[in-house]
Design a protein around this ligand. Sequence first.
Ligand code: PLP
Length: 344
Amino acid sequence: MPTAGGRHRRWPGPGEEIAGLIGAPPGSLYFTGCATEANNLALRGVARALRGRGRHLIISAVEHPSVIGPAERLRADGWAVTVLPVDEYGQVDPQALEAALRPDTVLVSVMLANNEVGTLQPVAELAEMTRPRGILLHTDAAQAVGKIPVKVDELGVDLLTLAGHKFYAPKGVGALYVRPGTPIEPLLVGGGQEQGLRPGTENVPHIVALGAAARLAAAGLTAEAQRLRGLRDRLHARLQAVIPGLRLNGHPDQRLSNTLNLSFPEVTGRALLDAVADSIAASVGSACHADSDAVSGVLAAMGCTAEQARGAVRLSVGRFTADGDIDRAAEVLLNAHAGLSARD
Ligand code: PLP
């Protein structure tokens, strides 16, 4: 619509809205079908571009399978892969990263927020180790973008993955931020879409929705994070008051405000969730692979015993969680836990 000045009013496009959310310049985002694709593109695309410079990659022990998988593929192709350990809270030590760097290290990939326990990694401190050495740093921020402030320059990352469905865009759209000038090759060949890095006709409706979701997330970020933290901590306190052996998995405060991963004593997380399935939608691990009964690799890396890992339940609060939901959830979980532990 022409404005008074005679110019056309221009709304920001989805690329600009998402770039704005993560403090990136427009044109540095490449849309993908999901975060899994963005993680694959980051690791394998950089590896292809830099294979002549070195063949050493570093990841953390608590990465999502969509980072571990490509790293394992690279290992099978002859790359050296170092897996950094984490402490009891699930955090990587920047000094351990420094010690693991080698002259042939080309890429480090450490997630910003963990999908099972919510722990935040000291990504900006990791960048202080990689940047001066010209080593690229990728972060899988699928769980973090839209929930906490994320700015690519403050983090110092060269590549960043985001997932639409983690901040209320529809499922089936993600993006990879690539710092301009970063060496990376496409995994697919075809047309020239997404500046040739991700050829194939773009999913325009989903990308538009991703832009709208980014705008909404940016508008309420701080207040919403505070509200969610309040709800989450109230649920934790209600459960802890009655179940003394309850264990929090994840960092007490350097953690996503929506995530509460708890190990319940004397029961399995699976039995507890089955007992409350009519009232509560939660998972024993990450929602992405919630059907698996294998003990969580994340909890194992954090030093949880097998029993603690089997008793773990990941509870999350979100935009549509209200005060009353917390009271109901606490009551239902406490009743189910009392019933199951009395039976054993
Ligand atoms: N990375 C993290 C940290 C995730 O939590 C998830 C999924 O939940 C993914 C990657 C994969 O996301 P997508 O299902 O969009 O491929």
